[in-house]
Ligand binder design. Structure first.
Ligand code: FAD
Length: 278
Protein backbone atom coordinates (compact mmCIF):
# COMPACT_ATOMS: atom_id res chain seq x y z
CA UNK A 1 0.00 0.00 0.00
CA UNK A 2 2.77 2.40 0.95
CA UNK A 3 4.49 1.60 -2.35
CA UNK A 4 1.31 2.50 -4.20
CA UNK A 5 0.84 5.81 -2.36
CA UNK A 6 4.49 6.69 -2.87
CA UNK A 7 4.20 5.96 -6.59
CA UNK A 8 1.01 8.04 -6.78
CA UNK A 9 2.69 10.96 -4.98
CA UNK A 10 5.72 10.70 -7.26
CA UNK A 11 3.51 10.85 -10.40
CA UNK A 12 0.94 13.42 -9.25
CA UNK A 13 2.65 15.30 -6.40
CA UNK A 14 0.49 17.97 -4.73
CA UNK A 15 -2.62 16.84 -6.65
CA UNK A 16 -2.87 13.79 -4.34
CA UNK A 17 -4.68 14.24 -0.99
CA UNK A 18 -4.57 11.79 1.92
CA UNK A 19 -6.44 11.28 5.21
CA UNK A 20 -7.64 14.47 6.91
CA UNK A 21 -6.55 16.53 3.89
CA UNK A 22 -9.39 15.02 1.82
CA UNK A 23 -12.27 17.53 2.02
CA UNK A 24 -15.53 15.99 3.29
CA UNK A 25 -17.47 16.75 0.12
CA UNK A 26 -15.48 14.04 -1.69
CA UNK A 27 -16.65 11.35 0.78
CA UNK A 28 -20.10 11.00 -0.73
CA UNK A 29 -22.60 11.96 -3.43
CA UNK A 30 -26.26 13.02 -3.36
CA UNK A 31 -27.50 9.44 -2.95
CA UNK A 32 -27.11 9.98 0.81
CA UNK A 33 -25.49 6.62 1.59
CA UNK A 34 -22.91 6.31 4.42
CA UNK A 35 -19.86 8.45 3.57
CA UNK A 36 -16.54 6.75 2.79
CA UNK A 37 -13.10 8.30 3.25
CA UNK A 38 -11.06 7.07 0.27
CA UNK A 39 -7.50 5.84 0.56
CA UNK A 40 -6.50 8.85 -1.55
CA UNK A 41 -8.13 11.65 -3.52
CA UNK A 42 -6.61 12.68 -6.84
CA UNK A 43 -7.54 16.01 -8.46
CA UNK A 44 -5.73 15.96 -11.82
CA UNK A 45 -5.26 19.03 -14.01
CA UNK A 46 -4.73 17.21 -17.32
CA UNK A 47 -5.62 14.07 -19.26
CA UNK A 48 -2.01 12.88 -18.87
CA UNK A 49 -2.42 13.00 -15.08
CA UNK A 50 -5.71 11.06 -15.28
CA UNK A 51 -3.88 8.46 -17.38
CA UNK A 52 -1.03 8.24 -14.84
CA UNK A 53 -3.48 7.67 -11.94
CA UNK A 54 -5.41 5.03 -13.91
CA UNK A 55 -2.23 3.20 -14.92
CA UNK A 56 -0.97 3.06 -11.32
CA UNK A 57 -4.33 1.93 -9.88
CA UNK A 58 -4.48 -0.79 -12.52
CA UNK A 59 -0.91 -1.91 -11.78
CA UNK A 60 -1.49 -2.10 -7.99
CA UNK A 61 -5.10 -3.41 -8.38
CA UNK A 62 -6.60 -0.47 -6.45
CA UNK A 63 -10.24 0.41 -7.28
CA UNK A 64 -10.78 3.94 -8.61
CA UNK A 65 -14.01 5.94 -8.55
CA UNK A 66 -14.39 8.87 -10.95
CA UNK A 67 -16.18 11.87 -9.44
CA UNK A 68 -17.91 14.74 -11.20
CA UNK A 69 -20.29 17.13 -9.48
CA UNK A 70 -21.43 14.35 -7.08
CA UNK A 71 -25.11 15.03 -7.86
CA UNK A 72 -25.82 11.44 -8.99
CA UNK A 73 -28.62 9.80 -7.05
CA UNK A 74 -27.43 6.19 -7.23
CA UNK A 75 -24.20 6.28 -5.17
CA UNK A 76 -22.00 5.73 -8.24
CA UNK A 77 -19.57 8.51 -7.30
CA UNK A 78 -19.23 7.48 -3.65
CA UNK A 79 -15.65 6.29 -3.05
CA UNK A 80 -14.89 2.61 -2.45
CA UNK A 81 -13.25 1.73 0.87
CA UNK A 82 -9.50 1.32 0.30
CA UNK A 83 -9.85 2.85 -3.18
CA UNK A 84 -8.91 6.09 -4.89
CA UNK A 85 -11.40 8.86 -5.70
CA UNK A 86 -10.52 10.86 -8.80
CA UNK A 87 -12.28 14.20 -9.12
CA UNK A 88 -12.43 15.96 -12.49
CA UNK A 89 -13.20 19.32 -10.82
CA UNK A 90 -9.94 20.98 -11.86
CA UNK A 91 -10.35 20.06 -15.52
CA UNK A 92 -13.05 22.63 -16.20
CA UNK A 93 -11.93 24.58 -19.26
CA UNK A 94 -14.16 25.40 -22.19
CA UNK A 95 -11.54 24.99 -24.88
CA UNK A 96 -13.35 26.10 -28.00
CA UNK A 97 -16.71 27.15 -29.37
CA UNK A 98 -16.91 26.72 -33.13
CA UNK A 99 -19.76 28.96 -34.28
CA UNK A 100 -19.60 27.59 -37.85
CA UNK A 101 -19.83 23.92 -36.90
CA UNK A 102 -21.98 24.79 -33.84
CA UNK A 103 -19.83 22.72 -31.48
CA UNK A 104 -18.19 23.17 -28.09
CA UNK A 105 -14.98 21.39 -27.04
CA UNK A 106 -14.99 21.17 -23.27
CA UNK A 107 -13.18 19.45 -20.38
CA UNK A 108 -15.16 16.92 -18.35
CA UNK A 109 -15.01 18.91 -15.10
CA UNK A 110 -16.84 22.00 -16.41
CA UNK A 111 -20.36 22.29 -15.05
CA UNK A 112 -23.34 21.95 -17.35
CA UNK A 113 -24.40 25.48 -16.34
CA UNK A 114 -21.02 26.93 -17.39
CA UNK A 115 -21.34 25.16 -20.75
CA UNK A 116 -24.87 26.54 -21.25
CA UNK A 117 -23.76 30.11 -20.46
CA UNK A 118 -20.73 29.89 -22.75
CA UNK A 119 -22.93 28.65 -25.60
CA UNK A 120 -25.36 31.54 -25.10
CA UNK A 121 -22.54 34.10 -25.00
CA UNK A 122 -21.45 32.76 -28.39
CA UNK A 123 -24.99 33.21 -29.75
CA UNK A 124 -25.77 29.48 -29.61
CA UNK A 125 -27.68 27.13 -27.33
CA UNK A 126 -26.94 23.86 -25.53
CA UNK A 127 -30.10 21.75 -25.59
CA UNK A 128 -29.11 19.64 -22.57
CA UNK A 129 -30.57 20.86 -19.26
CA UNK A 130 -31.37 19.45 -15.82
CA UNK A 131 -32.02 20.76 -12.32
CA UNK A 132 -28.48 20.03 -11.11
CA UNK A 133 -27.01 22.19 -13.93
CA UNK A 134 -24.72 24.35 -11.77
CA UNK A 135 -23.28 21.39 -9.85
CA UNK A 136 -23.23 18.44 -12.25
CA UNK A 137 -20.28 18.25 -14.61
CA UNK A 138 -20.12 17.37 -18.28
CA UNK A 139 -18.23 14.09 -17.63
CA UNK A 140 -20.74 12.94 -14.99
CA UNK A 141 -23.70 14.01 -17.08
CA UNK A 142 -22.46 12.12 -20.14
CA UNK A 143 -21.38 9.05 -18.19
CA UNK A 144 -24.88 8.78 -16.67
CA UNK A 145 -26.51 9.64 -20.03
CA UNK A 146 -28.67 12.10 -18.08
CA UNK A 147 -32.00 13.17 -19.52
CA UNK A 148 -33.40 16.36 -18.06
CA UNK A 149 -35.99 18.91 -19.07
CA UNK A 150 -35.61 19.06 -22.83
CA UNK A 151 -35.37 15.40 -23.82
CA UNK A 152 -38.64 15.66 -25.73
CA UNK A 153 -36.97 18.07 -28.16
CA UNK A 154 -33.21 17.46 -28.04
CA UNK A 155 -32.86 13.89 -26.71
CA UNK A 156 -30.79 12.32 -23.93
CA UNK A 157 -27.21 13.38 -23.16
CA UNK A 158 -25.80 10.94 -25.74
CA UNK A 159 -27.49 12.84 -28.54
CA UNK A 160 -25.45 15.95 -27.72
CA UNK A 161 -22.09 14.21 -28.09
CA UNK A 162 -20.08 14.40 -31.31
CA UNK A 163 -16.70 13.39 -29.89
CA UNK A 164 -15.03 12.16 -26.72
CA UNK A 165 -11.62 11.77 -25.15
CA UNK A 166 -11.49 8.88 -22.67
CA UNK A 167 -8.83 7.27 -20.48
CA UNK A 168 -9.09 3.49 -20.27
CA UNK A 169 -8.33 1.57 -17.03
CA UNK A 170 -4.75 0.77 -18.14
CA UNK A 171 -4.05 4.46 -18.79
CA UNK A 172 -4.47 4.37 -22.58
CA UNK A 173 -5.91 7.63 -23.93
CA UNK A 174 -8.55 7.16 -26.64
CA UNK A 175 -9.28 10.35 -28.57
CA UNK A 176 -12.10 10.88 -31.03
CA UNK A 177 -12.80 14.60 -30.70
CA UNK A 178 -14.83 14.65 -33.91
CA UNK A 179 -16.76 17.85 -34.77
CA UNK A 180 -18.65 16.57 -37.80
CA UNK A 181 -22.38 16.04 -37.51
CA UNK A 182 -22.58 14.06 -40.72
CA UNK A 183 -20.37 11.17 -39.71
CA UNK A 184 -21.10 7.50 -40.38
CA UNK A 185 -17.53 6.25 -40.14
CA UNK A 186 -17.73 2.72 -38.74
CA UNK A 187 -18.34 1.75 -35.13
CA UNK A 188 -19.43 4.60 -32.88
CA UNK A 189 -17.19 3.63 -29.94
CA UNK A 190 -17.74 6.86 -28.00
CA UNK A 191 -21.35 5.86 -27.35
CA UNK A 192 -20.08 2.87 -25.32
CA UNK A 193 -18.75 5.31 -22.73
CA UNK A 194 -21.90 7.43 -22.63
CA UNK A 195 -24.14 5.92 -19.96
CA UNK A 196 -21.55 3.42 -18.71
CA UNK A 197 -21.00 5.41 -15.46
CA UNK A 198 -17.24 5.23 -15.46
CA UNK A 199 -17.09 1.42 -15.65
CA UNK A 200 -15.22 1.41 -18.98
CA UNK A 201 -13.08 4.52 -18.65
CA UNK A 202 -12.94 8.15 -17.57
CA UNK A 203 -14.28 10.84 -19.89
CA UNK A 204 -11.80 13.72 -19.93
CA UNK A 205 -12.96 15.91 -22.84
CA UNK A 206 -15.99 16.10 -25.11
CA UNK A 207 -17.22 17.79 -28.25
CA UNK A 208 -20.84 18.81 -27.75
CA UNK A 209 -23.34 19.66 -30.42
CA UNK A 210 -24.92 23.13 -30.09
CA UNK A 211 -28.17 24.48 -31.49
CA UNK A 212 -29.42 27.78 -32.82
CA UNK A 213 -30.52 29.97 -29.90
CA UNK A 214 -34.35 30.12 -29.70
CA UNK A 215 -35.59 33.63 -30.51
CA UNK A 216 -38.05 33.54 -27.62
CA UNK A 217 -39.24 31.18 -24.91
CA UNK A 218 -42.73 30.92 -23.42
CA UNK A 219 -43.92 28.61 -20.63
CA UNK A 220 -47.45 27.43 -19.86
CA UNK A 221 -48.62 25.90 -16.58
CA UNK A 222 -51.77 23.83 -17.13
CA UNK A 223 -54.06 21.83 -14.82
CA UNK A 224 -55.57 18.63 -16.26
CA UNK A 225 -58.55 16.82 -14.74
CA UNK A 226 -57.14 13.33 -15.35
CA UNK A 227 -54.39 11.33 -17.09
CA UNK A 228 -56.16 10.95 -20.47
CA UNK A 229 -56.57 14.75 -20.60
CA UNK A 230 -52.86 15.13 -19.91
CA UNK A 231 -52.01 12.87 -22.86
CA UNK A 232 -54.41 14.82 -25.03
CA UNK A 233 -52.65 18.05 -24.03
CA UNK A 234 -49.27 16.56 -24.98
CA UNK A 235 -50.58 15.32 -28.32
CA UNK A 236 -52.16 18.64 -29.14
CA UNK A 237 -49.06 20.65 -28.08
CA UNK A 238 -46.89 18.42 -30.28
CA UNK A 239 -49.18 18.78 -33.26
CA UNK A 240 -49.51 22.54 -32.98
CA UNK A 241 -46.02 23.50 -31.84
CA UNK A 242 -43.91 20.84 -33.58
CA UNK A 243 -40.19 21.37 -32.95
CA UNK A 244 -40.95 24.54 -30.97
CA UNK A 245 -42.07 22.39 -28.01
CA UNK A 246 -38.86 21.97 -26.00
CA UNK A 247 -40.14 20.50 -22.72
CA UNK A 248 -43.18 18.91 -21.14
CA UNK A 249 -42.99 18.06 -17.43
CA UNK A 250 -45.78 16.59 -15.32
CA UNK A 251 -46.38 17.22 -11.62
CA UNK A 252 -48.70 14.77 -9.84
CA UNK A 253 -51.17 16.16 -7.28
CA UNK A 254 -49.18 14.82 -4.29
CA UNK A 255 -46.02 16.60 -5.51
CA UNK A 256 -47.86 19.84 -6.27
CA UNK A 257 -49.52 19.80 -2.82
CA UNK A 258 -46.21 19.11 -1.09
CA UNK A 259 -44.40 21.91 -2.93
CA UNK A 260 -47.12 24.50 -2.48
CA UNK A 261 -48.57 23.45 0.91
CA UNK A 262 -45.94 25.14 3.06
CA UNK A 263 -45.81 28.45 1.22
CA UNK A 264 -48.01 31.33 2.37
CA UNK A 265 -50.58 32.11 -0.32
CA UNK A 266 -49.99 28.81 -2.14
CA UNK A 267 -52.07 26.45 -0.03
CA UNK A 268 -54.37 25.21 -2.80
CA UNK A 269 -54.87 21.45 -2.87
CA UNK A 270 -54.98 19.87 -6.29
CA UNK A 271 -56.73 16.77 -7.51
CA UNK A 272 -55.36 17.35 -10.98
CA UNK A 273 -52.11 16.56 -12.71
CA UNK A 274 -50.29 19.75 -13.64
CA UNK A 275 -48.16 20.06 -16.73
CA UNK A 276 -45.57 22.68 -17.40
CA UNK A 277 -44.35 23.09 -20.96
CA UNK A 278 -42.08 25.41 -22.89
C1 FAD B 1 -31.47 18.41 -8.60
C2 FAD B 1 -31.10 17.25 -9.48
C3 FAD B 1 -31.76 17.09 -10.69
C4 FAD B 1 -31.45 16.02 -11.51
N1 FAD B 1 -32.14 15.92 -12.66
C5 FAD B 1 -31.88 14.89 -13.47
C6 FAD B 1 -32.62 14.74 -14.68
O1 FAD B 1 -33.51 15.53 -14.98
N2 FAD B 1 -32.31 13.71 -15.49
C7 FAD B 1 -31.32 12.80 -15.18
O2 FAD B 1 -31.06 11.89 -15.94
N3 FAD B 1 -30.61 12.94 -14.05
C8 FAD B 1 -30.87 13.94 -13.18
N4 FAD B 1 -30.14 14.04 -12.02
C9 FAD B 1 -29.12 13.02 -11.75
C10 FAD B 1 -27.99 13.14 -12.76
O3 FAD B 1 -27.51 11.90 -13.19
C11 FAD B 1 -26.84 13.93 -12.25
O4 FAD B 1 -27.25 15.13 -11.75
C12 FAD B 1 -25.72 14.29 -13.23
O5 FAD B 1 -26.00 14.04 -14.56
C13 FAD B 1 -24.49 13.55 -12.83
O6 FAD B 1 -23.41 14.40 -13.02
P1 FAD B 1 -22.30 14.60 -11.89
O7 FAD B 1 -21.19 15.38 -12.52
O8 FAD B 1 -22.87 15.15 -10.65
O9 FAD B 1 -21.81 13.10 -11.69
P2 FAD B 1 -21.44 12.31 -10.35
O10 FAD B 1 -22.60 12.22 -9.44
O11 FAD B 1 -20.19 12.87 -9.78
O12 FAD B 1 -21.13 10.87 -10.96
C14 FAD B 1 -22.16 10.10 -11.53
C15 FAD B 1 -21.57 8.79 -12.10
O13 FAD B 1 -20.71 9.07 -13.21
C16 FAD B 1 -19.36 8.66 -12.93
N5 FAD B 1 -18.51 9.73 -13.46
C17 FAD B 1 -18.42 11.02 -13.03
N6 FAD B 1 -17.58 11.73 -13.82
C18 FAD B 1 -17.12 10.85 -14.75
C19 FAD B 1 -16.22 10.98 -15.85
N7 FAD B 1 -15.62 12.14 -16.15
N8 FAD B 1 -15.98 9.88 -16.60
C20 FAD B 1 -16.58 8.69 -16.32
N9 FAD B 1 -17.42 8.51 -15.30
C21 FAD B 1 -17.70 9.59 -14.52
C22 FAD B 1 -19.29 8.50 -11.43
O14 FAD B 1 -18.32 7.52 -11.06
C23 FAD B 1 -20.70 8.02 -11.11
O15 FAD B 1 -20.83 6.64 -11.38
C24 FAD B 1 -30.44 15.09 -11.14
C25 FAD B 1 -29.76 15.26 -9.93
C26 FAD B 1 -30.09 16.32 -9.10
C27 FAD B 1 -29.38 16.46 -7.80
Amino acid sequence: MTDFLEALKTELGEDVFLGADIPERFHNDWAGMAPVVPLALVRPRSTAQVAAAMRLCNEYRIPLTPQGGLTGLAGGARPIEGGVALSLDRMNRIEEIDTVMATMTIEAGATLGAAQRAAEEAGLFLGLDLGARDSCMIGGTLSTNAGGNRVIRFGMAREHVLGLEVVLPDGTIVTSLNKMLKNNAGYDLKQLFVGSEGTLGIITRAVLRLQARPAELASAFCACPDFPALLELLKSARQRLGAALTSFEVMWPSFYDFMTGGLPGCAGRSRRATASMS
